[in-house]
Write a protein that binds this ligand. Structure first.
Ligand SMILES: [Zn+2]
Length: 159
């Protein structure tokens, strides 16, 4: 049986028991969802085709689906919601939305999405960003070392 854990009230709960306190849903660990058939817009950049996934937005309707709430004699219809995937990604801490997205076809985990749906160009871009970040960390570290050496040299000079 699937169980969720609420970060607000620190309780485990079952799908369907979404309410934490009156009017407030439980809140769980954030989960990211990716679309595996994301629409892409091809642009030309520097004479080469470029897929700008940043420009894509997809709305998924009826997540969470419409619900009927029965209170005594009265039945209230709670309209369904919708989620918007931006850059093929959607992130949520709402367990009810997670529950339905987990069951939805056409979505996948971040890892699979990176493996399968990023084209070589994008993998290259991400790698370059990672490398640039690593380089910057090295430069920062070098500067730190340099300034600590300088500080020490000054201390020695003073002594
Ligand atoms: Zn809770």
């Amino acid at each position: 049986m699937e169980k969720f854990h609420c970060l607000e009230c620190d309780k485990d709960f079952k799908p369907g028991d979404w309410i934490c306190m009156p009017g407030v849903q439980h809140r769980v660990a954030t989960k990211r969802y990716f679309m595996d058939d994301a629409p892409t817009v091809t642009e030309w950049r520097d004479g080469r085709p470029y897929i700008n996934k940043g420009a894509s937005q997809t709305v998924i309707l009826n997540i969470p689906p419409e619900r009927m709430i029965r209170e005594g004699e009265q039945t209230t219809r709670l309209p369904g919601g919708s989620v918007i995937f931006i850059r093929v990604c959607y992130e949520t801490a709402d367990p009810e939305i997670q529950f339905h997205l987990d069951r939805k076809a056409g979505l996948c985990t971040e890892q699979r999405w990176r493996e399968v749906y990023l084209n070589d160009d994008e993998k290259f871009q991400i790698k370059n960003l990672d490398l640039a970040a690593r380089e910057q960390r090295l430069v920062d570290r070098e500067n730190d070392l340099l300034s600590s050496v300088k500080a020490r040299t000054r201390e020695v000079a003073k002594a």
